[in-house]
Design a binder for this molecule. Structure first.
Ligand code: PMP
Length: 442
């Protein structure tokens, strides 16, 4: 008998080992993730982390206080489930706030849905709208998750790059110098195009799309009956008096656009993972289907605190005390500081019009990190790894924001995040200065 038992368990373990591939085919080729890789490197090596995009300064007091009130106040129901598609106080204030921005009446129950960060909002959009064989246009450089999310939904990403126009003599390059070629953009729209992803202000370049550029995209969307997934998580972070224009406010676009936002970026609380979508019910009803069958809802207390944050901002809208005025003011100073610091050492910065990112040209530092011809890994990726290991400074290679076929066309830039305390930026400056001195001293 024991012999029979032993042979049974042997065949079971053999079966376990010999099983067919466990992963679904849709996961093929999307297993690598730049954030997992570079966050680990930064944790292991960096003394100064300007890599992943999050503030290292505290969120505003009014928001922290709202969370404490939600946690320890009398309403213990805030520790329980709330409405699946958004805690009622939050969807109500979001409807009011965005209704004001868009100049239209919004229904909190059907025109707004709360998500687990903007990430889940994006995931819901691709799952809800993209079918096998559908094409989705993505403007490069792009927030990296768009590509795998389109693929996971069975769609085909179609890439169109922002192209660098020659800057005026002697001037620093601006993110505005990166532009779409209208003919090239138009050529990407086809019968198969289901949606375009727009990200303005754009991560990683910091480009704030102008009205003319948005009209170009809008006209093509209307002409080809295409949806627009508009990732506007950096909507309040615009500088030099620039205006963030919502594509949904342009003619013919409300009905075909989902606006995506993030409390993480809006109130400097990336760890809370509260995001939202705003749009017409004909689109949002399908996002609700994905949401109710996957995530269901996100933390009630965090939603309550974000609702209170928006309540405050509605009352202070356009006033100097508004966080939406204060934060970009502070960040613009930090941007200028980092621009100066990079320019002084010859790591040429591209001055961003928005977001809290800045892309810089590393060509002048090539002698320190020699190129390896025919390497599979883009040069900027090897440079960023070398920099974090040898200089203790973390940044993200720009090639991570391009599709596989285009990575090597844009492999001599790295992205820094400047939503950092003065001390962090100063420490980065010290590293760069010392590096520059080592380069110039015989
Ligand atoms: N979109 C863009 C353009 C982003 O940069 C980010 C975060 N880096 C997200 C979406 C995701 O936002 P959240 O943290 O709210 O999920």
């Amino acid at each position: 008998l024991p012999l029979v038992k032993a042979s049974n368990s042997l065949s079971l373990s053999l079966q376990a080992k010999m099983s067919r591939p466990v992963q679904a085919q849709r996961l093929e080729g999307i297993d690598k993730n730049i954030w997992v890789e570079f966050v680990k490197l930064a944790a292991n090596y960096s003394t100064v982390n300007l890599g992943q995009g999050f503030p290292d300064f505290p969120p505003p007091d009014f928001l922290k206080e709202a969370l404490v009130r939600a946690l320890s106040g009398e309403n213990h129901m805030l520790h329980q489930y709330t409405r699946a598609f958004g805690h009622p106080p939050l969807v109500k204030i979001l409807a009011q706030f965005f209704g004001k921005l868009l100049g239209r009446d919004l229904d909190p129950m059907t025109n707004v849905m709360v998500t687990v960060g903007a990430y889940q909002a994006l995931f819901c959009c691709f799952q809800a709208f993209v079918e096998e064989g559908d094409e989705v246009i993505i403007i490069e450089p792009f927030f990296d998750c768009y590509e795998p999310m389109v693929k996971m939904a069975g769609g085909t990403p179609v890439f169109v790059p922002l192209r660098l126009k020659a800057p005026k003599d002697g001037k620093l390059i601006s993110s505005a110098d990166w532009q779409l070629d209208p003919t090239e953009l138009a050529s990407k729209f086809s019968e198969q195009t289901k949606a375009i992803v727009l990200n303005s202000p754009n991560n990683p370049l910091g480009k704030v799309f102008s009205r003319g550029e948005l009209e170009l995209i809008a006209d093509l969307c209307v002409k080809h009956d295409v949806l627009c997934i508009s990732d506007e998580v950096y909507e309040w972070l615009v500088y030099d008096g620039k205006e963030h224009i919502r594509i949904a406010s342009l003619q013919g676009m409300w009905d075909r656009t989902v606006i995506i936002g993030s409390a993480g970026k809006t109130f400097s609380v990336t760890g809370w993972k509260v995001g939202w979508t705003v749009g017409p019910n004909r689109l949002l009803q399908h996002l609700r289907t994905v949401h109710q069958n996957s995530v269901y809802h996100c933390a009630t207390v965090a939603q309550e605190a974000v609702a209170q944050g928006f309540q405050r901002e509605l009352e202070l809208y356009g006033k100097p005390d508004s966080y939406f005025i204060q934060l970009p003011k502070e960040l613009q100073q930090k941007r200028d500081w980092l621009v100066q610091s990079l320019d002084a050492v010859g790591m040429k910065p591209i001055v961003p019009e928005g977001t809290y990112f800045l892309v810089a040209d590393i060509s002048g530092f090539k002698s320190d990190v020699p190129d390896v011809p025919d390497s599979d890994e883009p040069y900027d990726s090897r440079f960023a790894k070398w920099m974090v290991k040898n200089k203790g400074l973390a940044a993200i290679p720009l090639s991570a924001f391009y599709c596989g076929a285009h990575k090597n066309n844009y492999n001599h830039f790295i992205r820094f995040c400047f939503a950092k305390e003065e001390a962090t930026l100063k420490a980065a400056n010290d590293i760069l200065q010392k590096w520059k001195q080592e380069k110039t001293s015989p």
